[in-house]
Ligand binder design. Structure first.
Ligand SMILES: Cc1cc2nc3c(=O)[nH]c(=O)nc-3n(C[C@H](O)[C@H](O)[C@H](O)COP(=O)(O)O)c2cc1C
Length: 332
């Protein structure tokens, strides 16, 4: 295989050799996240889909594809109408519910009935109500083309999906640097301090996770794998479902990460299908913790210890309060 830069090649080959590797290569392409829904025998049916794409302006057409193995396949292949709801940055929970194997995916999801009875998801940043224009074969998927009958756009940032993770669109750091050095391009600086605390927490988490990526790469593990190791350091054994809940990644991404960690012999799986850290897993988790400590020292250098203590105290209270609330909600 000829390669431009074989030293940095992570993986490659014929797709049939390793379908998971093929999927990871495709996952390098960033997309938005949609929920596509229809009505079938009086009930809402829907899936999370990132295969959505615009197709034509005149006539107004869009397309997406659904796996033949999907439980929703027959509903969509026979549907006269469907609605595409483009999810916003705060709708990860909706994406997770609609991509789950739950029986009633629409439970706790707010929606209204649109054209042809197709569910339109509340809080989406855009919706496209369609009639089915054409259906084409697409290997293990079918391609559905919809004619847009009604479109709506709302404010908000898009939820993104790339490299197996959810994300949000942000200005590219290179452009931000340009804006600060080029007086003509200078924009009024939005003070971070004016943002709601929960937004600050989110941004802090997002940026810090991105900055720590270099260390994960050096340890040759993904973000999901590192979250799994961290969850299993806090809990000696966890079921797959509990891991999915703890790491905030899609079940598919978690399954891939679990099987890679098992392959690397970092995990043990007991007879009840619960996972725990093996000796190799504990060593890897330890090495990441060491890197994290070093990284923290660098990041917070120059901030007085008493201020760091206050930040620690506030965060611990916030997390504790939320843990209580989540436990109560789960019990309800
Ligand atoms: C971000 C994301 C994008 C997805 N995109 C698609 C897609 O384009 N087509 C598809 O068939 N499944 C896609 N899926 C998987 C389906 O959402 C999931 O398999 C399906 O909802 C399972 O339920 P079902 O069997 O009831 O259809 C995606 C999942 C996620 C998390």
């Amino acid at each position: 295989m000829e390669d431009f830069d074989s030293a940095s090649l992570i993986e490659g080959g014929e797709p049939s050799e390793d379908p998971k590797a093929f999927r990871r290569t495709l996952g390098q392409f960033a997309t938005g996240v949609t929920v596509i829904a229809t009505e079938h025998q009086g009930r809402p049916v829907g899936v999370t889909a990132n295969s959505f794409s615009s197709l034509s302006l005149d006539p107004p057409l869009i397309l997406w594809s659904i796996a033949r193995t999907s439980r929703s396949f027959s509903a969509f292949s026979a549907a006269s109408h469907f609605c595409v709801s483009i999810l916003g940055e705060y709708q990860i929970d909706v994406s997770q519910k609609l991509s789950s194997s739950k029986e009633d995916k629409f439970c706790d999801v707010s929606w209204r009935s649109g054209i042809g009875g197709s569910p339109v998801i509340a809080g989406a940043i855009a919706t496209l109500e369609c009639s089915t224009f054409a259906v084409h074969d697409g290997g293990d998927h079918i391609i559905l083309i919809g004619r847009v009958l009604q479109h709506r756009r709302y404010p908000g940032r898009a939820l993104l999906y790339a490299q197996g993770q959810y994300g949000v669109a942000d200005e590219h750091p290179a452009l931000r640097a340009q804006a600060t050095t080029d007086p003509k391009a200078a924009q009024p600086a939005r003070s971070l301090r004016d943002l709601p605390l929960t937004t600050l927490l989110y941004l802090a988490h997002h940026n810090s996770s991105a900055a720590f990526e270099r260390h994960r790469r050096e340890e040759n593990i993904s973000l999901t794998q590192s979250r799994i190791l961290s969850a299993l350091t806090r809990h000696s054994s966890l079921s797959r479902q509990a891991i999915v809940r703890q790491v905030y990644m899609t079940p598919q991404t978690v399954d891939d990460a679990l099987s890679e960690l098992l392959q690397r012999k970092c995990l043990n799986r007991d007879d009840d299908d619960r996972f725990g850290l093996s000796e190799a897993g504990q060593m890897l988790a330890h090495s990441i913790r060491m890197r994290l400590q070093e990284y923290e020292r660098e990041q917070f250098a120059g901030i007085p210890a008493d201020k760091l203590d206050i930040a620690r105290d506030v965060l611990a209270r916030f997390i504790d309060g939320l843990a209580e609330k989540i436990a109560t909600d789960d019990a309800a």
